[in-house]
Design a binder for this molecule. Structure first.
Ligand SMILES: Nc1ncnc2c1ncn2[C@@H]1O[C@H](COP(=O)(O)OP(=O)(O)OP(=O)(O)O)[C@@H](O)[C@H]1O
Ligand SMILES: [Mg+2]
Length: 283
């Protein structure tokens, strides 16, 4: 059974034009998605690409249960979301999807550990629960669960740090741990490395590859073809339609590329001329 199954997904925005008469005859319909079919199995790692305005954000909002389509059906982990009431819809969003954003979205006055624990407080039992998970029962169980996922992202040494005491890459690791803490059906990442330099970008892509190897399903929006080659499959949108869907043929390993990048970087800084001291400059 696929984790995600989209059938004929449409999303239309109705814009009342300024000159329109009261009966709305002049309304403009923007067809942001025009019947998208897409499904993903457990364990996939998919890039969503396409030019600006092609419908990527619209599709992400629908995949993330932040928005409902105007037409078509979306089945997530066997649950038909289009017909669900708003409670069920919110439950699916909180429990089945782990969000990772470009801007990390961590709480500033809250430690890494507390940021990761947060989704466990909001966790409510759904109608047809549960897989026997015990980490929502007590404070110590929550802490243990949050510690486990922070360890999985390599941050066990930084659990008591506040976001401002962490590098961008480390902050994004905290956000990834937070996305995983409820053991979601998939991780939905929107330009997750958009605010990171090359080294940190490769680190985060390496972490995603590692998590994916351990079975996590990941859907990632990216503008950059050089990042898409770290995923396993690329879908491309154009004008609201899915125009291509391909497996990545020559998949790259992000940690290998990181090692190479670090080597080149070290060479470069060795070759750079030593900085002049102010005294030398003055003379
Ligand atoms: N709330 C809205 N009301 C009206 N039209 C909208 C709305 N949101 C998006 N659109 C339109 O839908 C189309 C798809 O927009 P979308 O934001 O999904 O594109 P995108 O692929 O994410 O672009 P970008 O790469 O620039 O983020 C665009 O033509 C856009 O103008
Ligand atoms: Mg967008």
């Amino acid at each position: 059974m696929p984790v995600i199954e989209l059938r004929g997904i449409k999303r239309e925005y109705r814009m009342e034009s300024k000159s329109s008469s009261k009966n709305g005859a002049d309304a403009i319909i923007v067809r942001a998605l025009r019947g998208v079919d897409f499904s993903a199995e457990s364990g996939e790692f998919v890039s969503v690409m396409g030019p600006s305005g092609s419908g990527k954000s619209t599709l992400m909002n629908i995949l993330g249960c932040l928005d409902k389509p105007s037409g078509g059906t979306y089945t997530l982990d066997g649950i038909e979301t289009s017909v669900s009431d708003s409670d069920t819809f919110a439950y699916i969003r909180n429990r089945k999807i782990g969000f990772v954003f470009q801007s990390f979205n961590l709480l500033a006055r809250t430690t890494a550990l507390e940021n990761v624990e947060l989704p466990l407080f909001y966790r409510r039992r759904g109608k047809n629960e549960d897989r026997g998970a015990s980490w929502n029962r007590s404070g110590s169980a929550r802490k243990e669960r949050a510690t486990t996922v922070l360890r999985e992202v390599g941050l066990e040494q930084r659990m008591d740090h506040f976001p401002s005491q962490l590098s961008g890459g480390q902050q994004q690791r905290v956000a990834i741990a937070r996305a995983m803490v409820n053991d979601p059906a998939f991780i939905l990442a929107d330009e997750p490395t958009g605010n990171l330099d090359t080294g940190m970008t490769l680190e985060i892509m390496g972490l995603f590859q590692e998590l994916n190897k351990r079975g996590k399903t990941i859907i990632m929006v990216t503008h950059e073809p050089e990042l898409a080659v770290y995923t396993k499959r690329i879908i491309t949108l154009r004008d609201g339609e899915l125009v291509s869907d391909e497996q990545v043929k020559e998949r790259r390993n992000a940690l290998d590329d990181l090692a190479k990048w670090k080597q080149d970087h070290a060479l470069l800084s060795e070759q750079a001329p030593a900085e002049q001291s102010p005294a030398e400059e003055a003379s």
